[in-house]
Structures are given as structure tokens and as C-alpha cells.
Design a protein around this ligand. Structure first.
Ligand code: SAM
Ligand code: TMP
Length: 394
């Protein structure tokens, strides 16, 4: 049974940036629910995948040095631990992970053709379709079953998880490994990161809910790790239900205990966390109003999907955040949808004459603090709302 956790009225798609201020955009209610049976938290009545992931999709993971390094390390680690002969990646984006694999034995799936084109040009056979029953059958017929199937920040974006997971099972060798990385819902709750709720993020996996879904579809969780990207990401290690791979029960039981203590499987406890998040939203707007009333310059740092969610969930606009800077060329000289905050190109001089930077890309805060040390040393301040609103200064 589905129970409503938190809802937002008229939220635009987080990556639907405006080319000009007066452009009309569609907004959609965003309703997040809790499933009493599987314990899964997910979006109800979501927008179609074709609208969420168009052929000019702007999110490019290669823009962050942290993510470039993370996927390099991850690829090397998986190759060493599992020595796969062939590999499939679901949601390969600009090739940040597969670039570390042999193109002759690696297949990619990426529905956004702007990105699929890039990896096809890199000699990785890339199917520009949505992962599901039909595509998985085609891949199995053409390329055989896989030793390793990898998917980062994508399984949580797919509607119809039963079809997604049975399709994975059909493409996996008997002792094949399926590795999934997705933001940990436990860490979302710990960080009060309400801005992780957006239409692209269909599901918010706890270990408990993900394991329930795997078991429902003939798969088994045999290990789990927490890796420090995107505010805390679970790396799930999955195999066939009847595989002979050893299960790391100590580790899995440890996480189950922690998740249960925090209440990820309890509707009432989750509702309490939602109230804290709502207070966080009020605090953000009040603080920005106070700072702007003192005539300070406030800009956003990183026009991430999360920044766009904050701007609309907290009802912000360019009178409270003058503009936001970002390194992604496809985002620059556009506007955030609905909140209409201009997005400007980042350069070394971007923070000159700025008083406050609101950390849109809070999940890269260490990378940013290191890069912007000069700004902090000259009296500049960062504002972050994770896990609660605070000003960072030297
Ligand atoms: N894997 C990269 C990473 O972790 O940085 C990209 C993550 S990005 C947030 C999600 C990617 O999944 C997008 O490139 C999107 O096009 C792709 N995607 C969305 N739905 C998909 C589906 N049904 N099948 C395969 N890929 C999908
Ligand atoms: P993400 O959290 O969805 O990965 O988005 C982070 C955004 O922040 C992305 O658009 C790139 C941008 N960004 C910068 O502009 N400068 C930086 O130093 C970092 C780390 C990210």
C-alpha cells in the first residue's frame, strides 16, 4: 500500500533549463510516497522517461573531477575484484565509467542520443534506447550474457523496476555480477537533503527496500559499500538468487540494523524527517531575505538539479540569488526553470566582489572549498543547507 510522504505543487523538470526568461515550461506536481510492502520510497505518477531524458539532456557527469576520479577508481576496483570478460553499462552518459574498459568487450545503453553519440565515437557500441525487456533481449541475442553489469545513478531513475531487474537477470551470466550505485536514502535522510527529491529520481533506495525488490525478481544482494560521492552513495553488489557467491552477511546485517534504527522502514519516523526538511526550506528563504536586505551579493555555486529544486521548493528567485555559476557549457547563458535565476559561466574571476555563495553543488563541497580557498581567505562566505542551514567562513 502506498502512503504519501511529502508533496510539492507545480515543480518544473530539474534539467529543463530556459534559453530565454519568458519561455513557457511545463510544471508537474511532485508526490513522494512510501510503499508499506517493499519499504520503497518513490515518485507517484511520474513524468514520461522521454520527457525526463530528451536527446539534448544536459547532465554530464564528466564535468566534475570528483566523479571522473571516482569512476576511474571504481572501474579499476571492479576489474580487480571480479575480472569480468564482458561488461554492460546501463546509463553510460558521456562514458565516464566505460572509458576504462576494453571497447571490444563492452556494451553501453544510453537513451540520450547526444551522449550515446559520444561513446559510439569512442568505439563503445552504445544503444540509444531505454533499458527494458526488448532492449535486454536484443543485447543478449547479439552479445551474449554478461559477466558484469554496472549502473550508476540510473536504476533509481527507471520507472518499472520489476521489468528493469528481470531484464538485468536475463542478461547476467550464471555467476555474473550486477553492481549498482545510487544515492543512499539513509544518507538523504541524515543530510535532510530534500533537494534530492525530483522527477528524474524515481526511487530512493535504502538497502532494505532495494534488497526486497531484488528478491522479488530472482536476484540477491551479496555485499554493500557506502562511497562518499553525491552526499553518500550505496554500492550494491548483486548476483543471481541461486549463485554460489558468498554473501557478506556481517556487512549487510550491520547496514540493516543502522537503517532500522534510523527508521527508513517506518512511515511514522519518515514523516518526522519530512517535517525537519520542511523547516530547512523555510530557514533557507528567511536567511537569504535577511542577507539581501543588507545589500549583499549572493550567487549560487553549481546549477545542479538539486540547486534548481532548492530554488523552486523554497520559492527563491533572482531577487534573492543574483545568478548561479556553472562549469557546464550547455547550462551557461540559460535560466533556471520557474525560479528564473540566470546561469553564468564559471571562470577564475567569478567570485570577485561576491559576498556569499549558496552551495548548489553541496555534494562536491570538499572539491569546491579547496578550489575556492582564495575566496574564503579574502572574507567570502559559503552558505550550505546540508544538514541544516549554516554559513561557512574562515
Ligand atoms: N551513470 C552516470 C553517472 O553516474 O554519472 C550518469 C547518471 S545520469 C544522472 C542518468 C543517466 O541514465 C542519464 O544519462 C540518462 O539518460 C540515463 N537513463 C535514464 N533512464 C534510463 C533507462 N531507462 N535506461 C538506460 N539509461 C537511462
Ligand atoms: P550534480 O550534483 O547533479 O552532479 O551537479 C553539479 C553541478 O555543479 C554541475 O552542473 C557542475 C557544477 N559544478 C561546478 O560548476 N563547479 C564545480 O566545481 C563542481 C564540482 C560542479
Amino acid at each position: 500500500m502506498l502512503k504519501n510522504l511529502i508533496s510539492f505543487k507545480k515543480i518544473p523538470l530539474s534539467n529543463s533549463l530556459l534559453k530565454n526568461k519568458n519561455e513557457n515550461i511545463n510544471c508537474y506536481d511532485l508526490k513522494i510516497s512510501f510503499d508499506e510492502d517493499t519499504k520503497l520510497v518513490s515518485v507517484v505518477d511520474n513524468v514520461s522517461p522521454e520527457k525526463l531524458f530528451p536527446d539534448d539532456y544536459v547532465y554530464d557527469s564528466s564535468q566534475s573531477i570528483t566523479m571522473v576520479n571516482h569512476f576511474k577508481d571504481c572501474a579499476e576496483y571492479l576489474q580487480k575484484r571480479f575480472t569480468p570478460y564482458n561488461t554492460l553499462e546501463i546509463g553510460s552518459n558521456s562514458g565516464i565509467f566505460i572509458r576504462h574498459f576494453n571497447p571490444d568487450t563492452t556494451i553501453a545503453v544510453e537513451p540520450c542520443s547526444n551522449f550515446a553519440e559520444i561513446t559510439n565515437d569512442m568505439e563503445y557500441k552504445t544503444y540509444d534506447n531505454f533499458w527494458g525487456k526488448d532492449l535486454s533481449e536484443l543485447i543478449r541475442q547479439k552479445h551474449g550474457k554478461m559477466d558484469l553489469i554496472f549502473s550508476a545513478n540510473t536504476i533509481s531513475h527507471i520507472q518499472g523496476l520489476d521489468e528493469c531487474l528481470t531484464s538485468v537477470k536475463k542478461c547476467l551470466n550464471e555467476d555474473g555480477i550486477f553492481v549498482v550505485e545510487c544515492p543512499s536514502f539513509l544518507e538523504v535522510l541524515k543530510g535532510n537533503a530534500f533537494d534530492q527529491f525530483y522527477h528524474e529520481h524515481q526511487s530512493y533506495f535504502s538497502m532494505i527496500s532495494f534488497r526486497n525488490l531484488l528478491e522479488k525478481n530472482g536476484l540477491k544482494l551479496f555485499d554493500i559499500e557506502l562511497v562518499p560521492v553525491h552526499g553518500g552513495t550505496y554500492r550494491f553488489f548483486v548476483c543471481n538468487q541461486d549463485s554460489s557467491i558468498d554473501v557478506n552477511y556481517d556487512n549487510i546485517n550491520k547496514w540493516e540494523k543502522e537503517e532500522k534504527q534510523f527508521g527508513v522502514d517506518s512511515y511514522d519516523k519518515l514523516k518526522d524527517r519530512m517535517s525537519i526538511m520542511k523547516q530547512n526550506m523555510v530557514d533557507i528563504k528567511n536567511t537569504l531575505q535577511k542577507i539581501k536586505s543588507e545589500n549583499k551579493t549572493v550567487i549560487g555555486y553549481g546549477a545542479s538539479a538539486k540547486f534548481i529544486q532548492v530554488s523552486n521548493m523554497c520559492d527563491l528567485n533572482a531577487s534573492l540569488i543574483d545568478y548561479v555559476i556553472d562549469t557546464t557549457p550547455d547550462k551557461q547563458n540559460k535560466y533556471t526553470p520557474k525560479s528564473k535565476i540566470p546561469i553564468k559561466k564559471y571562470d577564475e574571476k567569478s567570485l570577485e566582489n561576491v559576498d556569499y555563495c549558496f552551495l548548489g553543488a553541496w555534494n562536491f563541497s570538499s572539491e569546491i572549498m579547496e578550489k575556492e580557498n582564495k575566496f574564503l581567505r579574502s572574507g567570502g562566505k559559503f552558505i550550505t543547507h546540508i544538514p541544516k542551514l549554516r554559513v561557512i567562513e574562515l
